[in-house]
Design a protein around this ligand. Structure first.
Ligand code: NAP
Length: 320
């Protein structure tokens, strides 16, 4: 059940806390009513919107401009890109052009990018500075090590752990210098996480991994909860494959919503931030309408019982 608590400064949005990862608090965006998107609080103290726009496979300046325009109109204030998506330049241009139109400034939005596997190790600083330059930003809100391995090395190559440790040190330095406001990792297994948590000077703020009803990642979620690392979902729609799942479709019919909204609501109702991607402005808007309804506890449970370990993206489990 979504409920609202009024404090002296603001309204807090709190989803069912029984299922919820404990670290999030939910605040409405102060800028406009239409952007009433809740936030999670990172261990840096920064607010990260619970809803962000995924941009994998979003290409070209015109399409990017159109989709980002629709996203800003629909209340998105967070954008997820990566060096390997090759759209950092287009996203940076689109935001610079569109923020004034929407009455927003740089401080109103949250931008995530990621270090490419080819830049792991000695090239990490150069890779992160390249992202800053392509996005044309003074700072990036969140920068993630995209993948635990290094491009060109086998999954069992012992240079992988050495390189990711070096990457982390470089990101820590850029964080200290204020160029990367928060740093984190993606596609790390519990083993990779423990290795990092044992030696890091700056704790990762976020772990971004695949998460949907068929892949509930209990062990990683528990670890994140214990270590105050925000657990963030990617591919919440199973890269589109879960939209036709009979149970998802049935739950959607039962609550008068679309399958995409059900899958996204299932995650945000547990306090897990999501990053749906669409190249269609109407779907971008549809995917944002997930904060004005509740899934019944029995539907949350039925969806959670779909767990099968199914991955639609890459599998990091063999990277040493
Ligand atoms: N860190 C990582 O390694 C990693 C890996 C994967 C993804 N990610 C991030 O997470 C984001 C989302 O993941 P994803 O792109 O893999 O997949 P996703 O968001 O689960 O699904 C995207 C697919 O669903 C379709 N879709 C979206 N909304 C829809 C709707 N309302 N109705 C019908 N179809 C809809 C899209 O098609 P159309 O575009 O044609 O609408 C697209 O084919 C990525 O874009 C990226 O930013 C990160």
């Amino acid at each position: 059940m979504l409920y609202y608590k009024v404090s002296s400064e603001s309204i807090f949005f709190i989803p069912s806390m029984s299922d919820c990862d404990p670290q999030p608090s939910f605040f409405p965006d102060s800028s406009t009513l239409s952007s009433l998107t809740p936030f999670v609080l990172l261990n840096t103290g920064a607010r990260m919107p619970l809803l962000g726009l995924g941009t994998f496979q979003l290409r070209g300046p015109e399409d990017t401009l159109q989709v980002v325009d629709s996203a800003l109109s629909s209340g998105y204030r967070s954008f997820d890109t990566a060096s390997v998506y090759r759209n950092e330049t287009d996203l940076g241009h689109a935001l610079r052009q569109l923020l004034p139109k929407h009455g927003l400034t740089r401080e109103d939005i949250f931008i995530t990018s990621k270090l490419g596997p080819k830049d792991q190790g000695v090239k990490a600083r150069e890779g992160a500075l390249r992202s800053l330059e392509l996005l044309d930003l003074e700072y990036i809100d969140l920068y993630l090590i995209h993948w635990p391995g290094t491009q060109g090395l086998g999954v069992g190559d012992l240079r992988n752990p050495k390189n990711r440790a070096q990457s982390w040190e470089e990101l820590e330095e850029l964080h200290t210098q204020g160029r990367l406001r928060a740093i984190g990792v993606s596609n790390y297994t519990p083993g990779h996480m423990k290795e990092l948590l044992d030696v890091c000077r700056v704790k990762p703020a976020v772990l971004q991994v695949e998460f949907h009803p068929c892949l509930v990642q209990e062990d990683l979620r528990r670890l994140c909860r214990e270590e105050s690392v925000c657990f963030q979902a990617y591919s919440s729609l199973g890269t589109g494959s879960l939209l036709q799942d009979p149970l998802v479709v049935q739950v959607a019919k039962g609550c008068g919503r679309s399958p995409a909204q059900v899958l996204l609501r299932w995650a945000v109702q547990q306090g897990v931030p999501v990053l749906p991607k669409s190249s269609h402005p109407s779907r971008v808007a549809e995917n944002a309408r997930v904060f004005d309804f509740d899934l019944k506890p029995e539907d949350m449970e039925r969806l959670g019982n779909m767990e099968s370990g199914q991955k639609y993206c890459w599998d990091p489990s063999h990277v040493v």
